[in-house]
Design a protein around this ligand. Structure first.
Ligand SMILES: Cc1cc2nc3c(=O)[nH]c(=O)nc-3n(C[C@H](O)[C@H](O)[C@H](O)COP(=O)(O)OP(=O)(O)OC[C@H]3O[C@@H](n4cnc5c(N)ncnc54)[C@H](O)[C@@H]3O)c2cc1C
Length: 434
C-alpha cells in the first residue's frame, strides 16, 4: 500500500516530461550555436532523422557522429520504451523508467522539437513547425544530405465516430498519464455518497477495444492494479468493478499460436475479464459504447487499441510509392524510398519503422522490426563513411517471436518462428517476458 501511494504521488508531480521539456527549451538556445559551429561540415554531410521512436532513436544512437552531422526532428524530445507503457499507465513503473531523452544521449546530435510537415525531395529540404508552446507552429526549413523518415503511425479509429473525443489511446507517455488519472477518477467518483448501484457499475466498467497484444497487456496490467492495489483502497467497490475486452476478430491475440490464444482467453475468463469477440463498435459516446450486437453499453473509461493508420506526413507524400492497403511507404531492401512512378530509389531518402514496409517483404509493425532496421541502416551508413559499399543482400529480419503479459505474473511466449514447438504460457513465460 505504501509503495503504491508513493507511486501515485510521484506521478502527480509529473516529473520526467517537465524536466525533459525544460531541458529542451534551455538547450535549444545552445543548439543554434552548435549548428553554426558545425557549418564546417563533417565528411559525410548531414543526416536528418524524422522521429525519436524505436527506429529514429535507434539509428541516432548508433550513427558515426565523427563523420556525420546528425539532426533529429521530432515533436517529442524523448524515446519511449513502448512494451512497458501499459505498466506505467497503472503505476507499476514510473514514467521516467521507460523514457530516454534525445539530448541526453549525445552532445553531437542536433535536435529540434518540431513536426516535419512537408518534404521537398527535389531540393532536399524539409519544412517543419515548432511543437513548443512558446513558439507553436513557427515554421523553419532544414536541408539534408541523407533523410531518414521514421515518423511511426497513428492509432486507427476506422472512422468510428466519437473515438478521438471519448476514448483514450495508448501510444505515448501522455496517454499513460491520462489513463492513470482516469482510473482513479472513476473510483473516486463511485466512492461518493448518494450514488445508485447502477451508477457505480457504469462508472466502474473499464472497456478495452482491441484484443491484440497491446489491448491484452493493458487489460492484464489494469486487472493487477485493481485486484492488488485498488481492492485495498476501495474494498466496498469491488463488486461493482468489471472489465471487458471487445474485438471484431473471432479471438484475442490472433497473431499468436492458437493454443496460446486459447490459454490467454481462458485465463481472462476465469479472472472475470469478459471477452467479447466478433463484436462491432459502431460509435463511442461520452459515457457509453454503441455495439452492433448489444446496443448501448456504459463505461467509465474506454481504451482504444485497434491497430494503426498512416501518419499525416506520409499521407502528404504524393511522390513516393505506398502499399495500397496500409499506405505505408515502400522501400527497397536497403530501406531506400521508392519513387511512385519509376519505382527506383529517390536519392538519399530512407524510411523505416511503422511508417514503412519493404517491397515484397512485408513485416509486422513492431518495435522488433523497427529496431533491427535501425541497426541495419546505421551499419550501412557507417560502412559508407568508411568508404565501403552496401552489400547486395540488404535487410533481412530475424524474427524472435512474440510475447504478451496476461496478468498475475503470467505471460504467453510464442517463439514458433525460431522453433516449431517453442510456445509457453504461465509463470515461466512471464519470467522470460520480463
Ligand atoms: C503500448 C504499446 C506496446 C507495444 N509493445 C510492443 C512489444 O512488446 N514488442 C514490439 O515489437 N512492439 C511493440 N509495440 C509496437 C512498437 O512500439 C512500434 O512498432 C514501434 O514504436 C515503431 O517504431 P517507430 O520508430 O516506427 O515509431 P514510434 O516509436 O511510434 O516513433 C515515431 C516517432 O515519430 C515522431 N513523429 C510523428 N510524426 C512526426 C512528424 N511529422 N515529424 C517528425 N517526427 C514525427 C513521434 O513523435 C515519435 O517520436 C508496442 C506499441 C505500443 C503502443
Amino acid at each position: 500500500m505504501f509503495l503504491f501511494a508513493t507511486t501515485i504521488s510521484r506521478s502527480a508531480q509529473n516529473p520526467s516530461c517537465v524536466v525533459l521539456l525544460r531541458r529542451s527549451i534551455t538547450q535549444k538556445a545552445f543548439a543554434k550555436t552548435s549548428s553554426r559551429t558545425r557549418t564546417l561540415a563533417k565528411s559525410q554531410g548531414k543526416v536528418v532523422i524524422l522521429g525519436s521512436g524505436w527506429a529514429g532513436f535507434g539509428l541516432m544512437r548508433q550513427l558515426d557522429k565523427k563523420n556525420y552531422d546528425v539532426t533529429v526532428v521530432s515533436p517529442r524530445n524523448y524515446f519511449v520504451f513502448t512494451p512497458l507503457l501499459a505498466s506505467t499507465s497503472v503505476g507499476t513503473l514510473e514514467f521516467r523508467c521507460i523514457t530516454e531523452p534525445v539530448r541526453g544521449y549525445s552532445k553531437d546530435v542536433d535536435y529540434h522539437e518540431a513536426w516535419c510537415n512537408k518534404i521537398d525531395f527535389d531540393n532536399q529540404l524539409i519544412h517543419c513547425s515548432s511543437n513548443l508552446d512558446d513558439n507553436k507552429d513557427e515554421k523553419f526549413t532544414l536541408d539534408y544530405d541523407k533523410l531518414v523518415i521514421s515518423v511511426g503511425a497513428y492509432s486507427n479509429t476506422f472512422n468510428t465516430p466519437g473515438v478521438k473525443e471519448h476514448g483514450i489511446f495508448l501510444k505515448d507517455i501522455n496517454d499513460a498519464r491520462r489513463i492513470r488519472a482516469r482510473v482513479l477518477e472513476c473510483f473516486e467518483y463511485a466512492a461518493q455518497p448518494g450514488l445508485s448501484e447502477e451508477e457505480k457499475s457504469r462508472k466502474l466498467h473499464f472497456a478495452v477495444v482491441g484484443g491484440g497484444p497491446t489491448g491484452v497487456e493493458f487489460s492484464a496490467e489494469l486487472y493487477d492494479f485493481i485486484t492488488e492495489d485498488l481492492s485495498r483502497l476501495y474494498p466496498q467497490l469491488m463488486d461493482y468493478t468489471r472489465m471487458t475486452v471487445y474485438d471484431v476478430a473471432p479471438k484475442i491475440l490472433g497473431n499468436f499460436d492458437k493454443n496460446l490464444s486459447n490459454y490467454a482467453t481462458s485465463k481472462f475468463k476465469r479472472r472475470g475479464i469478459q471477452i467479447k469477440t466478433g463484436t462491432h463498435v459502431l460509435e463511442v459516446k461520452k459515457d457509453s459504447l454503441c455495439l452492433k450486437e448489444e446496443g448501448e453499453v456504459p463505461f467509465g473509461m474506454l481504451i482504444w487499441s485497434t491497430g494503426l493508420m498512416h501518419n499525416p506526413l506520409v499521407e502528404s507524400m504524393t511522390q513516393v510509392a505506398k502499399e495500397p492497403k496500409s499506405q505505408r511507404i515502400i522501400t527497397d531492401r536497403h530501406l531506400r524510398v521508392l519513387d511512385k512512378d519509376s519505382q527506383i530509389p529517390i536519392p538519399s531518402v530512407y524510411a523505416m519503422g511503422d511508417c514503412a514496409t519493404i517491397q515484397e517483404y512485408d513485416l509486422p509493425a513492431t518495435a522488433q522490426v523497427a529496431n533491427q532496421k535501425a541497426n541495419y541502416l546505421s551499419k550501412v551508413f557507417n560502412r559508407e563513411a568508411r568508404g565501403k559499399e552496401i552489400t547486395e543482400k540488404g535487410f533481412s529480419f530475424d524474427n524472435r517471436g512474440s510475447m504478451a503479459y496476461i496478468g498475475k505474473w503470467e505471460a504467453v511466449v510464442d517463439m514458433t518462428p525460431v522453433h516449431q514447438k517453442a510456445t509457453e504460457g504461465g509463470h515461466m513465460a512471464w519470467l522470460f517476458w520480463r
